[in-house]
Design a protein around this ligand. Structure first.
Ligand code: Y12
Ligand code: CO
Length: 171
């Protein structure tokens, strides 16, 4: 099932999501719905709060060399924590909850991720490049933060002006 994606400035996006404690059928169905929703919107990452569920779950599907996104390259990341962050990198980020806006954001270049999979098994992943950036972007969602909050004052002002204008034009 494709779920509606909440967009900025909806206040739900500011909520800090809660730890997942039940790794049951209902969680598995929800993760499947998140995948369908993300793929249907041309996304590569989605946090549960973006579809109005405040739990610490996110999915990532970085396209393979042929540009395909399949369940084979899907990561389902639950109750994540970042360890050993290193370096810094700039990348032009976008977000399904802030449609039509892309801006350079500074992130750690590499990190170690501790998380649980859909069965609650503990997992560890070494991440760099786009995967490390996407992980940080999605974990920020679990903490109620959007990438636009990392912009400088002037860039944020420019964003608010452009975004409001685009919203008006949509109506
Ligand atoms: C690097 C930086 C950020 C992330 C987080 C995941 N972000 C996305 O998946 C964003 C996808 C996106 C897709 C959109 O739709 C189309 O392009 C058709 C979009 O829509 C518009 O801009 C209108 C906006 C964002 C991962 C890695
Ligand atoms: Co996002």
């Amino acid at each position: 099932m494709i779920l509606p994606i909440i967009t900025y400035p909806n206040k739900q996006l500011k909520v800090r999501s809660s730890e997942v404690t039940s790794f049951n059928e209902s969680l598995h169905c929800f993760l499947d719905d998140m995948f369908e929703t993300m793929i249907s919107s041309n996304g590569i990452g989605l946090a549960a709060i973006q579809v109005a569920n405040p739990i610490r779950a996110l999915i990532l599907c970085i396209p393979d060399d042929e540009g395909n996104q399949t369940k084979e390259n899907l990561l389902e990341i639950i109750n994540p924590s970042i360890h050993n962050p290193k370096g810094s990198t700039l990348y032009q980020e976008g977000c399904l909850s802030v449609p039509g806006f892309y801006e350079d954001v500074e992130r750690y270049e590499s990190l170690t991720l501790h998380y649980q999979n859909r069965h609650g098994d503990p997992c560890v992943l070494e991440a760099s490049e786009l995967l490390a950036i996407a992980i940080q972007h999605e974990i920020d969602h679990l903490d109620g933060k959007l990438f636009i909050e990392k912009l400088t004052y002037n860039r944020r002002k420019k964003f608010e002006k452009e975004y409001k204008k685009a919203q008006k034009e949509k109506k």
